[in-house]
Design a protein around this ligand. Structure first.
Ligand SMILES: C[S@@+](CC[C@H](N)C(=O)[O-])C[C@H]1O[C@@H](n2cnc3c(N)ncnc32)[C@H](O)[C@@H]1O
Length: 336
């Protein structure tokens, strides 16, 4: 333990903050492994000793202990004085497979796609971007889309009930992913019809989810390659702006404005930040993820978005909370 060389410093300086951050990758890998081997499902039926966990999961007792103790150290399971382990409330709610709020597909996404991609972070930081995550394999596309749907489920549920959708007639969901936002909105708003625009591999996933919903249409399109469908009074960009750099977002917002009638409402859901890009703290980390996914993604502050909206034919209306670190920007199509 080193003492600071500053004689006026009142506190001892230790490497603990550095070790805590550097060990973060071990915490993440332990979590991915525990979820993959079914530890949290195994504890869904009630507390268990290591031998019982080994029996329920089929793991060797030694490695069941290593996995379970790591989760106990991280607070995702508890251990009582008799050596029985139980899911923490968060693990029970989101990782045990017993509730609709299931974050296991999100962990699979980060484990299989994000984690290997982050080895390229130093290159991307050094070069200013580049690269991008390849989703050419349809299996990877499924993993990506299911993971995004899982982590944005809270925002999708919250958005479905916003007043702008309660008074809307037709919603255009641009880059709508699996259709989770549109499905939730249609379920919550019986007057609403919706169109979802997506790249073909993801549009196929959305079509499966929205199959049999007469108020929904799914269109295969590259939003930068072809005009967006017209005739919608509310337009949604959920977690799309963060994929792109500023120039492509300027182009995107102009294209959306072109398809929107005067006075239409645009809803932008994302990890919008404060002016310093450090709050919410998760967004500051996710900027690396968005950079790596497309080679040009980023996080944007509410103020930056207000500027970009003004440049592209939109009036910034307001920013307000939505679900956790996901917030909502509302804009109105400025009459030409
Ligand atoms: C992070 S996901 C967000 C999905 C969904 N809106 C949500 O919030 O859960 C971004 C989506 O944008 C889609 N996308 C990216 N580029 C696109 C393009 N050029 N045209 C249409 N969709 C695109 C991707 O396929 C992906 O499903």
């Amino acid at each position: 333990m080193l003492a600071t060389s500053d004689p006026h410093a009142a506190v001892e300086v230790t490497p603990e903050p550095i070790m805590r951050v550097a060990a973060g990758f071990m915490a993440a890998q332990h979590l991915f492994a525990a979820a993959e081997v079914g530890l949290f499902e195994a504890l869904a039926d009630g507390p268990a000793t290591i031998d019982e966990i080994a029996a329920r999961t089929g793991l060797p007792a030694k490695t069941a202990r290593i996995a379970t103790d790591a989760m106990a150290a991280l607070g995702l399971v508890t251990r009582d004085s008799g050596g029985a382990y139980a899911n923490s409330p968060a693990a029970g709610a989101f990782l045990a497979g017993r509730t609709p709020a299931d974050l296991r597909p999100f962990l699979t996404f980060w484990q299989r796609l994000t984690y290997p991609a982050w080895e390229k972070l130093p290159d991307a930081i050094r070069s200013g971007g580049g690269g991008g995550m390849s989703l050419d394999d349809p299996a990877d596309n499924d993993v990506f889309s299911a993971g995004v749907e899982a982590i944005t489920a809270g925002a999708a549920m919250a958005l479905a009930r916003v007043p702008e959708l309660a008074r809307a007639e037709r919603l255009l969901d641009i880059g709508g992913g699996t259709g989770s936002f549109l499905a939730a909105a249609l379920a919550a708003q019986s007057q609403l019809e919706g169109t979802l625009v997506e790249l073909p591999p993801v549009a196929a996933i959305a079509r499966r989810k929205l199959d049999g919903e007469p108020r929904a249409e799914v269109i295969d399109a590259d939003v930068f390659g072809e005009p967006l469908p017209e005739g919608h009074d509310v337009l949604l960009l959920a977690n799309v702006v963060h994929l792109f750099g500023r120039d492509r977002n300027r182009d995107l917002l102009r294209r959306v404005r072109h398809a929107a009638p005067d006075g239409a409402t645009m809803l932008l859901v994302d990890f919008w930040t404060d002016p310093s890009h450090t709050e919410p703290a998760l967004a500051a980390l996710l900027a690396g993820e968005f950079l790596l996914v497309t080679g040009e993604g980023d996080v944007y502050s509410v103020e930056e978005m207000a500027e970009l909206l003004a440049e592209t034919g939109w009036d910034f209306v307001e920013a307000r909370p939505l679900a956790g670190p996901q917030t909502l920007i509302v804009a109105a199509a400025r009459p030409a």
